[in-house]
Design a protein around this ligand. Structure first.
Ligand code: HEM
Length: 454
């Protein structure tokens, strides 16, 4: 766990700590009180963990709470008017058009590709020499990038390096994002923090979209095809050309998010043998030696609980920061205009008033009984309300398939001598990665020889 300050940080302390690890800026009181107010030099900040308050901010009065400008600048830098940077009518129109491109039905159509790529990864892992350490994040980065590439463009592998680059974007702020500095200055400061210039990617994106919009196109109805069709749904309703590219870049950058989950799942399983054994027993009972199908996913109940609990403890998007356009009353508290409002999954998911023994790993919190006794606004790894993650179905299917295929065959073991520390910027990841070794499970499914994943 990152250090939790006992007392609120002063403005200079906050700047220093938050720019290197936002999680370490969350002081103890945030985990005890449902609404916490802090005053900084630039204004007032409210951390809202009360489920009724989250509902007010994220759903009932959502238009009053746009994302804060620095975050929109960070995302806008890569993807202009894409869904993460846009607000109001532009966002609403884009979201309405894009919702069907990633709905559950569309996602399930990609399941065979996910199984094929997960099996190819398992085949590679099976060839590793015994005891060889691997960085789990990197291992699954290749899988998710390959999967994203095939989902975006079924028949064109030129897009894979572009998606890899977009997916590596760490979403880290620079001070210049907070002061609305000119784009060239933010570009220099941002590139030092891993921010990328996407201009070089645009000709390829334009070509792939143009192919899919051509009347002669007879290829797969992949994600780019679905986005292109959303665009063509009428002059008034569709996107402009630049908006279309922005959404491809937005989805390209966000589609990598599931890879952030794997290091934590394997780490939690390796450190909780009873949960690990229960997961293996479920996989053996439901799947035996065969690959998962769409019908199997609802039967992998314990796997889904493990994933949900991992997303609770290590939410890949640990902070959601909004600003108030107009004064509002949230759970009886006055929130002034221009305040910063934080709905922080990192805090909400570990809040002592919302969860029993909040820092412990207990997948059964997500059993039907326990989930029914809890507000749905207390568990928000994919956000909630109109801005809820558009890729949630895809993410869950990707993680379930990859976990089922790999856990059918292997145990992951923590390599000794490492300190595991979560770091949060716009996303959450283990500092320096998590090193593990793998062992075949006794009597597990043999891995078929397959070609390389990427
Ligand atoms: C485990 C994986 C994922 C997690 C935990 C996650 C989490 C989130 C969260 C918390 C938000 C809300 C952010 C905010 O409002 O400030 C969000 C929004 C978004 N996510 Fe995801 N995400 C995941 C995977 C994906 C994938 C696979 C895609 C695309 C294929 C995606 C695309 C987006 C987009 C475009 C938005 C903006 C939606 C809007 O504002 O209307 N995400 N995600």
């Amino acid at each position: 766990m990152p250090p939790r300050p006992k007392r609120p940080l002063s403005t200079p302390q906050l700047l220093r700590v938050a720019l290197s690890n936002t999680l370490a800026a969350c002081d103890e009181a945030l985990f005890d009180e449902l609404i916490v107010e802090r005053r900084f030099v630039w204004g007032r900040f409210f951390s809202i963990s009360d489920p009724a308050g989250i509902r007010r901010v994220m759903q009932d009065n959502v238009d009053n709470y746009p994302r804060i400008a620095p975050i929109r600048r960070v995302f806008g830098f890569t993807s202009g008017t894409g869904m993460l940077a846009a607000e109001g009518e532009v966002w609403r129109r884009h979201r309405r058009l894009l919702n069907p491109t990633l709905d559950h039905r569309a996602v399930l159509a990609d399941l065979p590709v996910l199984v094929e790529l997960s099996e190819a990864l398992a085949a590679l892992l099976a060839q590793l020499p015994a005891g060889q350490e691997l960085n789990v994040g990197e291992t699954f980065t290749h899988l998710i990038t390959a999967a994203t590439g095939r989902i975006f463009a079924a028949d064109n592998r030129d897009i894979d390096p572009v998606l890899y680059r977009l997916g590596q974007y760490p979403g880290r702020y620079s001070l210049f994002d907070f002061v609305a500095a000119p784009r060239w200055l933010r570009s220099i400061a941002g590139s030092r923090k891993g921010r990328i210039d996407v201009a070089a990617f645009l000709p390829l994106i334009d070509r792939l979209i143009a192919e899919r919009r051509s009347p002669a196109y007879r290829g797969a109805e992949d994600l780019l095809w679905r986005i292109a069709k959303a665009h063509d749904r009428g002059e008034d309703e569709g996107f402009g050309e630049a908006e279309l590219r922005d959404e491809v870049l937005t989805l390209g950058a966000t589609a990598a998010t599931p890879l952030r989950v794997f290091p934590w799942i394997w780490y939690l399983l390796a450190t909780h043998p009873a949960a690990e054994a229960r997961l293996y027993a479920e996989l053996d009972a439901v799947l035996g030696a065969r690959p998962p199908t769409a019908e199997d996913l609802p039967k992998l109940v314990y796997l889904r609980r493990v994933i949900d609990e991992t997303l609770r403890l290590y939410p890949p998007a640990p902070t959601m920061l909004r600003t108030t356009l107009a004064e509002d009353i949230v759970c009886g508290r006055r929130i002034p205009r221009k305040a910063i409002v934080g709905v922080l999954p990192w805090v909400v998911h570990r809040h002592r008033k919302l969860w029993r023994d909040p820092d412990s790993f207990d997948p059964d919190r997500f059993s039907q009984d326990q989930a029914a006794s809890r507000s749905r606004y207390a568990y928000i790894p994919f956000a909630i309300g109109p801005h809820v993650c558009i890729g949630a179905s895809l993410a869950l299917v990707e993680i379930m398939v990859a976990m089922a295929v790999c856990a059918q065959r292997f145990r992951f073991r923590l390599a000794p001598g490492q300190r595991i520390e979560p770091i949060g910027w716009t996303n959450l990841h283990p500092k320096g990665g998590i090193r593990m070794t793998i062992e075949p499970r006794v009597g597990a499914v043999p891995s078929h020889a397959m070609s390389s994943v990427c």
